[in-house]
Ligand binder design. Structure first.
Ligand SMILES: C[S@@+](CC[C@H](N)C(=O)[O-])C[C@H]1O[C@@H](n2cnc3c(N)ncnc32)[C@H](O)[C@@H]1O
Length: 278
């Protein structure tokens, strides 16, 4: 197994194990940016949309509401539990315009030219070759179809420091988490815009917005960390080191305590939307 394959399997495995609580812990983190992405991408009634790396539906569900019953939304995810739970939820919600399938966001096996929009909430930067994935999404789009993706422009400094401290407990050969060799590709808004331009998109628009997330206490924050991609970091810390590692992050997380008693984290999200000239 190559390092890249191992990394991908570890990440998707972590998302799969985190799926039952992913975005279901009462924390506004993925939901508001997902709704905003659908709005900024200009998704309209009757359109056909693909949501790559759909997770628990933070983008998928607002997209389904935007296209309505005359539209169609296909969500794909590589984590089977994400697919199973999200499919059950959209069915229970009566969103008959939605399909949720197991699929790889690196190169979705979907028909060419049949979609008005490809959306990806916090996923493209997880892929081994984001530029190749973005080029590939143009195949799915009809002439003038649009792409909309989100990345993290800035994590809350306390989150970054907590992750840095946790990463210090990883086995020596894995300490570069959470950075990857792809991070330089979208480190700034200009680089994100260039990535889309070079992938063949036009009318590229990149903007950033900040969102606040509240946690009751450190336990709530930690349950949230176990529920998303950072879980892959926690899982790679040797079990006997974990209590020490968690004790090290507690004062950092406590530093986010606001006057109203909650822990308050601010995350800046980058929205990139563009059109495919066809
Ligand atoms: C950070 S979550 C984002 C989920 C959702 N878009 C949202 O905004 O909440 C990333 C999602 O991408 C999925 N994922 C990671 N790599 C993938 C790949 N190669 N193909 C498809 N899904 C992938 C994970 O399983 C996870 O559900």
């Amino acid at each position: 197994m190559t390092e890249e394959t191992r990394r991908k399997a570890a990440l998707v495995g972590a998302f799969d194990r985190g799926a039952p609580t992913y975005d279901r812990l009462g924390v506004d983190f993925f939901g508001p940016p997902g709704t905003e992405l659908v709005r900024r991408a200009g998704v309209r009634t009757g359109q056909r949309v693909v949501d790559v790396g759909c997770g628990r539906g933070a983008v998928l569900v607002p997209a389904a509401r935007a296209v309505g019953v005359t539209g169609r939304v296909v969500g794909i995810d590589l984590a089977p539990t994400m697919v199973e739970l999200t499919r059950a939820e959209v069915r229970a919600a009566g969103l008959s315009q939605v399909e949720v399938e197991l699929g790889d966001a690196e190169s979705p096996l979907l028909p060419a030219g049949e979609f008005d929009a490809v959306l990806g909430g916090f996923v493209v930067f997880l892929l081994p070759d984001p530029a190749a994935a973005l080029r590939g999404y143009r195949r799915l789009l009809c002439r003038g179809g649009r792409i909309g993706i989100t990345t993290f422009a800035n994590q809350d400094p306390r989150f970054t420091e907590a992750m840095r401290r946790l990463a210090g407990h990883l086995p020596a050969d894995r300490r570069q988490w959470p950075t990857s060799k792809q991070d330089a590709l979208y480190a700034t808004a200009d680089l994100t815009a260039a990535l889309l331009w070079e992938a063949g998109y036009r009318d590229v628009d990149v903007t950033e917005a900040s969102f606040q997330s509240r946690f009751r206490d450190v336990e709530h924050w930690l349950a949230w960390v176990w529920s998303h991609g950072a879980r892959s970091l926690l899982e790679q810390i040797p079990a006997q080191r974990l209590p020490v590692a968690l004790a090290e992050v507690t004062p950092v997380v406590e530093g986010a305590r606001s006057v109203d008693g909650d822990l308050l984290f601010t995350t800046t999200v980058r929205f990139a939307v563009a059109a495919s000239p066809g």
